[in-house]
Design a protein around this ligand. Sequence first.
Ligand SMILES: Cc1cc2nc3c(=O)[nH]c(=O)nc-3n(C[C@H](O)[C@H](O)[C@H](O)COP(=O)(O)O)c2cc1C
Length: 324
Amino acid sequence: MMIRLGNLTLRHGLCLAPMAGYTDSAMRQIAGRYGAEYAVSEMISAKAVCYGDQKTPLLARIDRAEPPTAIQLFGSEPKNLAEAARILADGANGGIPPVAIDINMGCPVAKIANNGDGSALMRDPHLIERIVRAVRDAVTLPVTVKIRTGWDDAHKNAVDCARAAEAGGAELLCIHGRTKVQMYSGDIDLATIAAVKSAVDIPVLGNGNITDAEGARRMLDATGCDGLMIGRGAVGNPFLFAELTAAAEGKAFTPPTLGERCETALLQLTLAIAEKGEFRAVRESRKSIAEYLSGFRGAATAREAINRAETYSEIEAIFSRLTQ
Ligand SMILES: Cc1cc2nc3c(=O)[nH]c(=O)nc-3n(C[C@H](O)[C@H](O)[C@H](O)COP(=O)(O)O)c2cc1C
């Protein structure tokens, strides 16, 4: 389904979800090649940006070979979030500017939520509105938010939070169909996503457990959402975006061969090395790279070897043994 965000038009509403430790520039570039129309960076601490932390410029760097990409910030102080958005609005570390600033309102991890950030923001819709307004006032970029269904089953207030974000000026909203307490497992609550979609006028992306065209169709049909955000389903499987694009266009999709999977994995690693250098890229990409083999014979042994590999050549040798 078509979505407009700022100057962008997303023809099929196919988006790569933010995933700390996974959706680096390399993964975003690969997802874009296969049809992701929009991506969101790994979450970045607004405080760290404001205090000039050394690691954040690399995390916030967007390469021009990426699909349109938003920067995601986490924090809970409107002033901090606004200042961080302003600092990153023109691009970081020689990269291009983001297309939007996304605010993380869903992270359930203790060290984030116990600090009042991420999913803890959903306890206070009024604060959500203030945060979105402050960021919106600080930058000319569209502001977007990513929420969950609520804190727990007894506090499913996604509709209130979505309305608060819209009142503050958010231009797009993504909802992961789980509560904070569910973390990353359990059923996706399609009814709450549908309720959020009906409650606001801004585009809504449905998120959670989409791994194939059938799952994508189920999310769209059951919720009426405008587009899809895909996380784990795209790890080691950027081809999912090609599959969903084909489905949206009524075309056939041919799954990749093992050879194509290996080639794409090595390309992702090459891009990560260009971004971060070999030492860091190999270590940080191992788990993503190994996922390209899932379901193939010999995957478990290859995965173990990948987890020990320290250089590009070692990983290349593991893949070439598999495809011989
Ligand atoms: C390892 C991992 C890291 C994640 N990091 C982020 C993050 O930085 N920001 C965010 O908003 N969501 C994050 N998420 C949540 C995902 O964006 C997504 O909402 C969730 O995984 C459900 O979608 P999926 O089933 O398609 O993966 C993360 C999820 C995982 C598994």
